[in-house]
Design a binder for this molecule. Structure first.
Ligand code: 5AD
Ligand code: SF4
Length: 442
C-alpha cells in the first residue's frame, strides 16, 4: 500500500504554487498518494506564512495538534515549509522538537532527500538555504494542465520595505531564464491551458541576462509570451510601482490577451507614511502610472494592497488613503492592520495607535472599496461583456463562473463543458454580490 501525504497551505499564491510542486514531488518521485484525513497520513506538511504575527502563531498551534497524531503514530513525519520555516528554523526545532523537517521556500525541490535524511536522523533536519534558481531545474515536469495555470517567473524581493519580512524569508530577487519560462508555458498550452498567471513577489522586477549580451525585462517577457497564440489571457501578480518599464506600457497597447485589470500595491495614500515604509515612490508617481495606463486603456480597473495603522499614521494620513481609493476607484484590496515583525526596521518604531482605531480604519477602508466595487458591478448590468469561464459555480450547480478582463466574476447558466471558453454574455442582474448573465454566442 502506498504511503499517504497531507499538505496544509497558508498564505500567498507563491505558497499555493510551492505546495503544488511538493505534491508533484511526493506523487511522482516519492510514490506517495494524497489523503484528506490527517490521521491517515504518513507525512504531514504545513506550508507557512510569516507576513503577519497571527499567521505565524497559527503554525505553532497547528503543530501542537499534529504532535498528538505523532504520539499515536510515532512513524509519522512532520514537516514545516515556507516563510516561518525560513525565519524561525532553529526556533522550530527548539519549540517543537518533534518536527522532522524544516524546508525553506527555495529548497522545496530537495524534499525527497530531506525526507530520507529525516528517516535516518532523530533530530530535526533543516534546509533553508537560498540556492539561486536551482529549485526550478529540479521540479518534476508538467504532465497535466488546468485551463488556468500559475507560472513563476521570478522569486524573492530586494525592496526591503521597512515593515516586511519577505526579503529575509524568500531571499532577494532572482529571475528564471527566459527559455525555461517559454518552454514551461508551451507545455502547459499544449496540455490545454488557456490562461497564464505570471507569479512572483515583484513580477515586473523580472530581468534576465543570458551573459551573452542579451537581456529581457518584464515588458519584453510579456511580448515573448504573447507570441504563443494558444493563450487567451495573460494575468500577473504581484507588481511594484517602481518597476514599471516602458515595454510594459507598450504591452498594454499591443497585447489584447493581457487583461485590463492591474493589482498594484500602494500600501498608503500619504507620502509621509510611504516614506516611513521605505516604499520608494510618492503618491503622485503612483498616480502617474495609473494615468498612463488609463490613457492606453480607459476601461482599465485596479486593485491594491493597503496597510492601515502603520506607526505614526495620523487621521490625516488615513484620510489621504481614503481620498486616493475614491480617486482611483480601487475595486478590491488585500488590506490588513500593520503587524510588527521582529528583525524589520519598522519594528523599532513606536506603535502609537490604539487597536480600536486600527480596526475602525480597516473597516472603513474595506467598506469604501466594497461600495466602489458594487457601483462598478451595477454599472455593467444591461451591458454585453466577454468572460473566460473558470469552473462550476460553488453556489449553483447549474451555473458556471467566469471572469471579465476587468476581473469581475459573473455566473451564467451552463455546465463544465464551457470551462476554458471565452464567451460574449449579456449581464442581467446583481444579486447580493453576485453578477449573473446570459450567453449571447457559443
Ligand atoms: N503588516 C501588515 N501587512 C503587511 N504586508 C507585508 N508586511 C506586512 C506587515 N508587517 C502586506 C503588504 C504587502 C502584502 C503582501 O502583505 O500590504 O503588499
Ligand atoms: Fe515586502 Fe515590500 Fe518586497 Fe512587497 S515590495 S514583498 S511589501 S519588501
Amino acid at each position: 500500500m502506498k504511503k499517504k501525504y497531507y499538505i496544509e497551505t497558508q498564505g500567498c499564491q507563491m505558497n499555493e504554487y510551492d505546495s503544488d510542486k511538493m505534491k508533484d514531488l511526493l506523487k511522482k518521485n516519492m510514490d506517495f498518494e494524497p489523503t484528506l484525513a490527517k490521521e491517515e497520513a504518513d507525512i504531514l506538511i504545513v506550508n507557512t506564512c510569516s507576513i503577519r504575527e497571527k499567521a505565524q502563531e497559527k503554525v505553532f498551534s497547528l503543530l501542537g495538534q499534529w504532535r498528538k497524531l505523532k504520539n499515536k503514530k510515532p512513524d509519522l513525519v512532520i514537516g514545516v515549509a515556507g516563510c516561518v520555516a525560513s525565519q524561525e528554523s532553529s526556533e522550530i526545532s527548539l519549540r517543537a522538537p518533534y518536527v522532522d523537517m524544516v524546508i525553506g521556500p527555495q529548497t522545496i525541490h530537495r524534499l525527497p532527500e530531506i525526507y530520507k535524511d529525516s528517516l535516518k536522523s532523530n533530530k530535526t533536519v533543516i534546509d533553508v538555504e537560498f540556492p539561486l534558481i536551482e529549485k526550478f531545474d529540479n521540479l518534476p515536469s508538467v504532465t497535466e494542465a488546468k485551463f488556468s495555470e500559475f507560472v513563476t517567473i521570478m522569486e524573492g524581493c530586494s525592496k526591503y520595505c521597512s515593515y516586511c519580512v519577505v526579503p529575509y524569508t524568500r531571499g532577494t530577487e532572482v529571475s528564471r531564464p527566459l527559455n525555461d519560462i517559454l518552454e514551461e508555458i508551451d507545455i502547459l498550452v499544449k496540455n490545454g491551458t488557456k490562461e497564464i498567471i505570471l507569479l512572483g513577489q515583484n513580477v515586473n522586477a523580472y530581468f534576465y541576462d543570458d551573459g551573452k549580451g542579451n537581456f529581457v525585462n518584464f515588458g519584453l517577457l510579456l511580448f515573448y509570451i504573447a507570441r504563443n497564440k494558444g493563450i487567451k489571457r495573460i494575468r500577473y501578480t504581484t507588481s511594484h510601482p517602481n518597476n514599471f518599464d516602458e515595454q510594459t506600457f507598450l504591452a498594454y497597447e499591443k497585447i489584447p490577451q493581457l487583461v485590463s485589470h492591474l493589482h498594484l500595491p500602494i500600501q498608503s495614500g500619504s507620502d509621509r507614511v510611504l516614506a516611513a515604509m521605505k516604499r520608494g515612490y510618492t503618491v503622485l508617481e503612483y498616480k502617474s502610472i495609473i494615468r498612463k495606463l488609463k490613457k492606453i486603456r480607459p476601461e482599465m480597473t485596479f486593485s491594491s494592497d493597503f496597510i492601515v495603522g502603520f506607526p505614526g499614521e495620523t487621521d490625516n494620513d488615513f484620510s489621504q488613503t481614503i481620498e486616493l481609493i475614491k480617486e482611483i476607484e480601487f475595486e478590491q484590496s488585500y488590506s490588513f492592520i500593520y503587524s510588527k515583525r521582529p528583525g524589520t526596521p519598522a519594528a523599532s518604531l513606536e506603535d502609537n495607535i490604539s487597536e480600536d482605531k486600527k480596526k475602525e480604519r480597516l473597516n472603513y477602508l474595506q467598506s469604501t472599496i466594497n461600495s466602489l466595487s458594487k457601483e462598478r458591478s451595477k454599472s455593467i448590468i444591461g451591458k454585453n461583456v466577454e468572460i473566460l469561464v473558470e469552473g462550476v459555480s460553488s453556489k449553483y450547480n447549474d451555473m458556471v463562473t467566469g471572469r471579465t478582463t476587468n476581473n469581475k466574476i459573473i455566473n451564467i447558466p451552463g455546465t463544465e463543458k464551457l470551462i476554458g471558453k471565452l464567451l460574449k454574455i449579456h449581464v442581467t442582474e446583481l444579486n447580493n454580490k453576485t453578477l449573473k448573465g446570459e450567453v449571447l454566442t457559443t
